[in-house]
Design a protein around this ligand. Structure first.
Ligand SMILES: Cc1cc2nc3c(=O)[nH]c(=O)nc-3n(C[C@H](O)[C@H](O)[C@H](O)COP(=O)(O)OP(=O)(O)OC[C@H]3O[C@@H](n4cnc5c(N)ncnc54)[C@H](O)[C@@H]3O)c2cc1C
Ligand code: FES
Ligand code: FES
Length: 1369
């Protein structure tokens, strides 16, 4: 290779590079300015006003920023279309390409794209924040395929997109209409397709949008093909024939344009090079030895953005042909280091299909491993070399390369080349055998020999798009010697058990020369046990689980090889049939769902399954969220200065460096607060800015404002705070031990005499136990955001906020600024999800931003980065429950003594109300003659925990179901029997004095038992478990009763303002916030029905404190009840005023009537009000009627677990709810499905890991799981494979508007059916080793908890029988 260039020659090369850099965005040519080397594509798009592409996480983990990039592949002579994460793609990496965003494919004015239309109509968009990302993933999939995808392809393709609202089922349904359903339609050989028709690249459906679109439109209409689950709305909507005339074409300029060298710049001397020859790379490397190579930027991007690393020179090598080669020869496959993972997948698929299977075991296993490697968007840009050179200890591919005996080709600047065996390449934690002047050029993967077997393994928290906890690549070469098959070579490599991918050398040495049989298995397991050494506090934790996985994987490998060898002469190690379950791949069918409900209409709109009113705006990316609102001139960005210690005295603050930081505009601390520094939603027990003592990591100490978000962040980071550390309380247990409770939070509720009952000998058994309930992050897709500005010379303050409680924002800001509330206005149009997380914890952020805005008299925006949002804004409370329960031998409950504690964090916030609701719900649906529930809120040095869907109710009920399940095991009956014999009844008096009326639970329960065919399911599961040693199935059926009303009586009030205009349209404003739950749609339906006008005549623009004052937060599920009623009140007032005019004439339309009233000077505007009657609770007596009514429901779930690794999937979930006469059944179904899947996350996937005694490898008080990379909410692959939802029919509710019932929170708890089904499966697994005793299972039932509960020969080396995996509570 070439020699080093002289400085002079190099300058010349740089000059020749300075050609115009361009890109096309939605068909429009744009010249890329220099100076933006630090920009991502997302920042650029949002800066040029394309705000449809959202920032959800900034780390490639949520898919909200998905766009399609297209380029012309000069070699293949075709356009390549790829979905990518704009938040990770460096702007200059897209130079010369076409970027298509959600705005580019359709909008309301010019027509929605069929994908957008279908998603809107299928109710696939709730809060809408994730929606553009889903649309673009689907769009890119259809554009990139030659033939339409299957349903499975579609689901697989969506793995990189997260939705927190819908539960995914409607999204899958909406996109399924584009799936290939009838091959004949796509082969153009039959079924009446004319020769002019082909499959539309835009929609994936047959149409004639190709060559002859204008000639033969009629013929096209005949060939329409609809999906089989969702009926398209009109033929043209879905087949794309009308739409594709508007489809963006690939810009002709880019067809001819050749890549050139690029040299561009960024701030702080940052340089961006794009060489197009390998020699250029070496020249640059010679000039800048520390330059960072970049391909997909999926590692470098995370390092620079999240870890604040700075690389002054970046060399983008994605366009270097030598690094992109894919060469197949007789020895193997050579893969260029810059080859993208999705390209690798394609080539491996061809190889596996075409080559001798004896040669392709490595290829097959790498292919299989790649299936679980990140999501499509990451695989489309991430490179092979990037993964190798990062040398992550949990890289999925490095163990594979090592196991397969791959070789790495390395070159340096002087032209020297060398080959390094992959197993020698990884030297230490993120350290590889690569000098600073060397680069990895390619990887050589040899073909396999006959009887050489390679297998991949990976266990993660979540199956889809998750990094491994432990992974492995294993290879063995068997050779027939004499009468047995012996190991002639082997390679066993693990990821996730050491600082680098670990070659288990001793195990390999042990295996070689030995026959492949049970004895060698046992011996190898013993060697492995010693081979894998991990310290108790090893980073990542879960040490026992990780060690067990190493053995489980090897056991699976052993069985798999035996199975492959099955039938070979002289190989007699047969795998017993039931053991095949250890290696059988679970092939997931596509998700099937059914929704069953009656439509009971009332007037023109109530009861109809109307689509969410903003659906079209949301699918087209036109819907505006707080961060999308254009910044007024002179605006600043705020970034909080955060405590780094959980409990400490602030000794000094040095802000000199911050003040000289670029773009700095101001810094403010407690002393600068013009009003009150003490804040809080109920009691003022938190400081806006910590003045002397910090009580959690992430507590706000001050705020910096600067010209950009990034500059504000950098300046805030530079503030040097010195601390004197104080002892911290970092768990409920520590709080109890040190008596650290929030003041006045002790509560008690009683019925009967528990103690007397325990003493009376009525109870055949009395058992005691503890329940640990983990917390949960809200993970609304839209992070917290407020834009705040002063008006009229600083006399007024206005803000737009993403909040469930605009009135709380108004109150907090008025308090900290010392302004009357009448001068502070908060508006909210919509929010990208809240789930309780934006009920109070958004308000202090608005208050933080208000200080610089007010003092500098400039607009200020605060938008939290995802990690900061997760770190500082609180979560669902973790709980600790201690129970003592007495019961008869038949399982009848006689007495319960319960103590519950929740983790309030460092301020009270809503923790007491959350505890109280948990106490109200601690009976779930069971009659308990004697009950005493005591509760306390723990003070801990964590950020204040807060409201989250269910508000403590789910935690209370989960504790109840735990002791129910315990009773079942004690009396050897099924939990369902115990549930049934203890059900409450009509007229039952609850432990807080409320009497049950209109009890529909038994009806629901019986209908569900019948529709799920529970008894048959139980039999099938038993049969399956009998025949499968290593996979077990479990089922459960769980009831719920959820109390509707705020338990604080004064909050059950609502206001509304209704204006009727002279054209007959109606503007409604009410105190509730639209956060995706469809509140505005339901309320508009109420107004439309009241006036008997079409829904389209009613509009709700926003929620605003200057239109409807003193509103309660949108929470407690009751918003449609109370705001619907308030709006109805206003409508009825207007109608009453119209009545004299209406009765005089027969008006042709409502518009005519409105105009006539106007002419008669009738006030067509009214304020409506509603307060929930007949409720109230007295804590003095512990008795009252806290709830207006109850929403009842039940769910059945069936799961399958892999007992060796802890993996699970939900095979089926059937949910039934009593929602009275639903105001909008489609929206209610959406709430049920969304809540269920969110609940599934809580019970089985989502685990918060805090720096506490259980997680010593995390810094004290810090949140480890502060992004989608480490915190896993359910993805599309976690949806129950069969998901049936029904609403109870013929059960009107007299206690709420139009006989409906509240829906938002009640279904959440029903997901615990999955938790108890998992437990049921574990019980079956434990029975295999003769263990039938009760055991605790904490939630979430993650793979770690599942696997470690399925005790067997592989766990016994590491744990004893009372082992309980660590949990932060
Ligand atoms: C959301 C998300 C999910 C992920 N999931 C997974 C997963 O499931 N499994 C997994 O293993 N990883 C995963 N990763 C990690 C990452 O995607 C991979 O490591 C990826 O392959 C890196 O490739 P890249 O091209 O983006 O690397 P870049 O970020 O561009 O580069 C990474 C490093 O490699 C160096 N480098 C690149 N090419 C060369 C070369 N030719 N010679 C020398 N050095 C070079 C760079 O200088 C840099 O230090 C995930 C990352 C994200 C953001
Ligand atoms: S914002 Fe890009 S993936 Fe989340
Ligand atoms: S609709 Fe998907 S996150 Fe809200």
């Amino acid at each position: 290779m070439g020699s080093l260039k002289t400085e002079n020659e190099f300058e010349k090369m740089e000059e020749s590079e300075s050609k115009e850099a361009i890109l096309y965005v939605n068909g429009i040519r744009r010249v890329l300015p220099d100076g933006l080397a630090h920009f991502t594509l997302l920042e650029y798009l949002r800066d040029i006003g394309l705000t449809g592409t959202k920032l959800g996480c900034g780390e490639g983990g949520c898919g909200a920023c998905t766009v399609m990039i297209s380029y012309f592949d000069q070699n293949a002579k075709k356009c390549v279309h790829l979905a990518v994460n704009a938040c990770l793609a460096p702007l200059y990496s897209i130079e010369g390409m076409h970027v298509v965003t959600v705005e580019g494919i359709g909008n309301r004015r010019n027509g929605l794209h069929p994908i957008q239309e279908s998603l809107a109509r299928a109710h696939g968009s709730q809060c809408g924040f994730c929606t553009p990302g889903f649309v673009m993933s689907m769009y890119a999939l259809l554009r990139s395929l030659q033939k339409p995808p299957t349903k499975e392809d579609i689901e697989e393709n969506l793995a990189g997109n997260l939705c927190r609202c819908t539960g995914y089922r409607p999204i899958i349904d909406a996109f399924s209409v584009f799936a290939r359903t009838n091959d004949a339609l796509y082969t153009n050989q039959s079924s009446g397709l004319s020769s002019t028709e082909f499959v539309c690249p835009s929609t994936g459906k047959p149409c004639s949008c190709g060559l002859n679109i204008t000639d033969n439109k009629d013929a096209t209409k005949k060939s329409i093909c609809h999906g089989d689950t969702l009926k398209p709305i009109t033929s043209n909507d879905i087949d794309g024939t009308s739409y594709t005339e508007k489809e963006l074409i690939f810009p002709p300029e880019l067809l001819l344009r050749k890549s050139t060298n690029l040299c561009l710049n960024g701030p702080k001397g940052l340089k961006w090079y794009r060489p197009i020859k390998l020699q250029h790379v070496f020249d640059l490397k010679a000039k800048y030895p520390d330059a960072k190579l970049v391909v997909g930027n999926t590692e470098v991007g995370i390092e620079t953005r999240l870890k604040s690393l700075h690389y002054p020179v970046l060399i983008h090598v994605a366009h270097v042909p030598e690094l992109n080669k894919l060469i197949i020869n007789d020895e193997g496959l050579e893969i260029g280091a810059a080859v993208k993972l999705s390209e690798l997948v394609k080539v491996l698929e061809i190889i596996v299909h075409e080559r001798d299977p004896n040669q392709t075991s490595s290829c097959k296993s790498i292919l299989e491993q790649l299936k679980w490697f990140a999501g499509t968007q990451i695989r489309n840009i991430a490179s092979v070399g990037g993964n190798i050179c990062t040398a992550s200890p949990i890289s999925d591919l490095n163990p594979m390369w090592m196991a397969c005996g791959a070789k790495f080709h390395i070159s340096d600047c002087r032209g020297n080349t060398r080959t390094c065996l992959s197993e020698k390449f990884f030297l230490g934690y993120r350290k590889v055998d690569l000098a600073s002047n060397e680069i990895l050029v390619s990887v050589f993967l040899p073909w396999n020999k006959p009887y050489e077997f390679v297998k991949e393994f990976k266990q993660a928290h979540r199956r889809d798009d998750d990094i491994a906890i432990v992974n492995a690549g294993m290879r063995v070469l068997l050779e027939k010697t004499g009468k047995s098959w012996v190991v002639s070579d082997a390679s066993i490599v693990y990821g996730g058990v050491a600082p680098y991918s670990l070659l288990a050398n001793e195990t390999k040495n042990f295996l070689i020369g030995k026959p492949w049989n049970k004895e060698v298995l046992e011996g190898a397991l013993k060697v492995l046990e010693k081979n894998i050494v991990m310290k108790e506090d090893a980073p990542g934790g879960m040490v026992e689980f990780r060690k067990s996985l190493t053995l489980s994987f090897f056991f699976k490998f052993f069985l798999w090889v035996c199975h492959q060898m099955n039938g070979e002469a002289s190989f007699d190690e047969t795998v017993p049939k039931s053991h095949l379950s250890a290696i059988k791949l679970v092939k997931h069918p596509s998700v099937i769902g059914s929704q069953d409900y009656d439509i009971v209409k009332h007037g023109s709109a109530v009861g109809a399954p109307e689509v969410h009113l903003s659906a079209q705006l949301q699918v087209s990316g036109e819907a505006e969220y707080t961060d999308d609102v254009p910044m007024p001139p002179n605006s600043l960005h705020a970034f909080p200065i955060l405590s780094k210690k959980p409990h400490a005295r602030v000794v000094s603050i040095n802000d000199v460096a911050a003040k000289s930081s670029p773009g700095f505009a101001g810094i403010f601390f407690a002393k600068d607060v013009p009003g009150q520094n003490m804040i809080g939603p109920i009691i003022f027990d938190e400081e806006l800015f910590a003045s002397q003592i910090v009580t959690c990591v992430g507590q706000v100490i001050g705020v910096v404002v600067a010209d950009t978000h990034e500059n504000a962040k950098q300046a805030a980071i530079k503030v040097d705070v010195q601390y004197e550390e104080l002892p911290a309380v970092l768990s409920i247990e520590e709080a109890i031990q040190s008596n650290n409770f929030h003041p006045n939070t002790e509560r008690c509720m009683k019925k009967g005499d528990t103690e007397l009952c325990f003493l009376s000998r009525e109870c055949d058994k009395i058992v005691e136990g503890e329940v640990h309930v983990g917390g949960q992050e809200h993970f609304y897709l839209e992070p917290n955001s407020t834009l705040i500005w002063t008006a009229d010379g600083g006399n007024e303050v206005h803000m737009i906020s993403s909040t469930q409680a605009p009135q709380k924002h108004q109150k907090y800001v008025s308090r900290v600024l010392g302004l009357p509330m009448s001068k502070v206005v908060c508006k909210t149009k919509r929010i990208g999800g809240g789930f309780g997380g934006k009920e109070t914890r958004s308000a202090f952020l608005a208050a933080v931003a208000s200080i610089p805005s007010y003092l500098l008299n400039r607009p200020v925006k605060i938008t939290l980065d995802r990690d900061i949002d997760m770190m500082i804004t609180g979560q669902r409370h973790s709980f600790f429950g201690k129970y003592k329960v007495g019961f008869t031998n038949s399982g009848k409950i006689l007495a319960l003594d319960l103590e519950i504690y929740n983790n309030g964090g460092n301020s009270l916030d809503l923790s007491l109300a959350v505890l109280e609701r948990a106490m109200f719900h601690s009976d779930n649906v069971y009659e308990i003659p004697n009950i005493r529930v005591k509760g306390k809120v723990c003070f801990t040095n964590f950020p204040s925990n807060t409201a989250f869907r269910g508000f403590g109710g789910p935690q209370g009920m989960l504790i109840a179901e735990n002791w129910i399940q315990r009773i079942a095991m004690e009396v050897k009956k099924s939990p369902e029997e115990i549930r049934e014999i203890n059900f409450q009844k009509e007229g039952s008096v609850l432990h807080y004095g409320q009497q049950i009326e209109n009890f529909t639970l038994e009806r629901l329960w019986n209908e569900l038992k019948e529709s799920s065919d529970f008894l048959a399911a139980r039999k099938e599961v038993e049969e399956f478990n009998l025949n499968n040693r290593w996979k077990k199935r479990g089922i459960a059926i769980i009831p719920t009763k959820f109390g509707i009303s705020f338990t604080a009586k004064f909050m059950n009030q609502a206001g509304a303002l209704v204006h009727v205009y002279t054209d007959g349209t109606v503007l409604v404003t009410h105190g509730g916030v639209e956060m995706g739950q469809g509140l505005h749609t339901k309320v508009a339906q109420v107004a439309a029905s009241s006036f008997n006008i079409p829904l389209s005549s009613v509009f709700i623009s926003e929620t605003s404190t200057d239109k409807v004052p003193n509103s309660s937060p949108t929470a407690a599920s009751a918003s449609s009840d109370i705001y619907g009623a308030a709006v109805l009140d206003a409508c009825e007032q207007i109608k009453a005023r119209m009545e004299p005019i209406a009765s005089k004439h027969n008006f042709g339309s409502f518009a005519e009537l409105a105009m006539a009233c106007y002419m008669e000077r009738i006030d067509l505007s009214a304020h409506g009000f509603y307060m929930t009657p007949d409720i109230g609770f007295d804590w003095e007596t512990g008795k009252g009627v806290p709830f207006k009514y109850f929403t009842y429901g039940a769910a059945f779930a069936e799961v399958e677990i892999d007992t060796l690794v802890g993996d699970f999937h939900t095979r089926r979930a059937d949910v039934i709810l009593d929602l009275g006469f639903s105001l909008n059944p489609a929206i209610d179904i959406g709430q049920i499905e969304g809540a269920f899947v969110q609940g599934l996350g809580w019970v089985a996937l989502e685990e918060l890991k805090w720096g506490d005694a259980a997680h010593k490898w995390v810094r004290p008080g810090n949140l480890y799981t502060c992004g989608p990379g480490s915190y896993k909410i359910p993805s599309v692959n976690d949806v129950p494979l069969k998901f049936n939802v029904s609403l109870l029919k013929g059960a009107p509710n007299a206690n709420a508007i139009h006989s409906s019932k509240a829906v938002g929170e009640p279904p959440f708890f029903l997901a615990s059916a999955v938790f108890f089904a998992i437990k049921d499966a574990i019980i079956a697994a434990r029975a295999e080793v003769g263990c039938s005793e009760w055991f605790p299972l904490d939630n979430p039932a993650t793979p770690e908890r599942i696997r470690m509960s399925c005790i067997d020969q592989f766990t016994e080396a590491f744990i004893d029988s009372d082992f309980r995996p660590k949990l932060s509570i």
